[in-house]
Design a protein. Sequence first.
Length: 521
Amino acid sequence: MGTMDLGRRHVLQGGLVAGGLLLSGTAGRVWAQSQGALLGLPKVALVVGNSKYRQVPLKNPTNDARAMAAVLKGAGFEVALKLDAPRAEMLSAIQSHVQVLATKKGVGLFYFAGHGVQLAWRNYLIPVDAVVEKTEDIQARGVDLGSFLKGITKAANPMNVIILDACRDDPFGDARRLEQKGLSQIDAPSGTLLAYATSPGNVAADGDGVNGLYTEHLLKELKVQGAKIEDVFKRVRLGVRRKSSGRQIPWESTSLEEDFYFLPPPHLKKLSDEEKEKRYKEESALWDRIQNSRDPAPLEDYLRRYPSGNFAELAQLQLDRLLAKQGEKKIQIASAEGNPYTKGSAVASTDRKVGDSYTYRELDLSSKKERTTFTSTITRITDTEVTYSDGRVTDLLGNVRRTSDGLLFSANQYGPLEYVVGKRWVTRFVTSSRRGTGSVEMHFQIVTRESITVPAGTFNAFRVEGQGLSWGHSPRLLQIRRKDWFAPDRVRGPLAWEREWQAGPDVLTAERVELVSYKES
């Protein structure tokens, strides 16, 4: 993984294969998300579609809004629908929506289709009666999304979904008046999923059919019974990307901590150990067959079936590489430098070079006393693997496949392909050595972006936190807790990591490792 040396010593090897239990009882609760905790709450939606703009009318937003309102009603939402709304009507509807959320403490959803712009990092939704002669008019004649976000934060309802199909180009008939296209990146408030029709700083298609490209795919995925909310939007992203040949890629910012279903499965129940094992084996077998595919289709099929799967980050990387070879010109996300409303985002670098070298020091986690230092230098790179001077082998994302002392890892994804605060992912894999085999399952989340100082310097880093379990050939179950710091825009390896392995009340090992120096060509 991105930890450079997980399992480097035999104490770690013994830890990773320790335990003889499947994920049940106390073990299953180490990372369990709430199953159905939100299902009994009232669901309230405000849906707005604006087409009849005075300056630049649009074809599909009112169609989109009507269709969205119908789908949400079918999913049990109480829906307020506003079409071609002037500013006063939009503001009144938003105020009423927030008041209902504050009173009912339910699940809130806001959908807007129409024109939207950014100004000084703030996003504005444009009413149909807005006439903008100069840039300064936007603040007074648009609807400030930031004010709405403050409103739902104050309402303190448990969950909100905000969907903005509002990045059409040239909203005022003269695109030169706006310094930035599309909408600005904003981090979702607590308990919120914020979804954009396209990535920050880019524009979305109004669509050639009855609906806009984004909403067309969203309507389809919202009707899939049993789909978790994040899986819905991941499938939408894939569908829109492929339909637009990479010219439009939806974007989400999330701070959700609980699962939510628009259409819950008929029987929402916790899987048994046997069911979990069966599902994992099916997914793993599928991945083994397609992981080296030179055809995008099997990878797309995997991502639709397992949008949050144990190999989804790896599948996305392989798909990106194949589509790039086929000529896809994927859009670039606008820089968030200077944006006070977001921690920003970054993409993991796979551009590793022979000769790249990283020196780390290992510390005792409690005393901070230095134990040792070690250096890893890249000696060989293939189309799928990177080999280091100490015998370690990783994939292109930095996920360990072989440790320096010979412990083998099946395909895993400790590190993500994209870094954005709030992102969650899982990995499960098998370890093997002469001592036997074991299994590990970890759940990760990027919790913040913060300044970190290590001997190699000071970096603006994403902090990833994870927890999980390992089990295998002994009767002891091992709990794993970890923190990792990455700055993928500056260093291709990790900056630091902390690990703690615990069996019952016994802490087997606890360490912190920091980057001392590095050389990248």
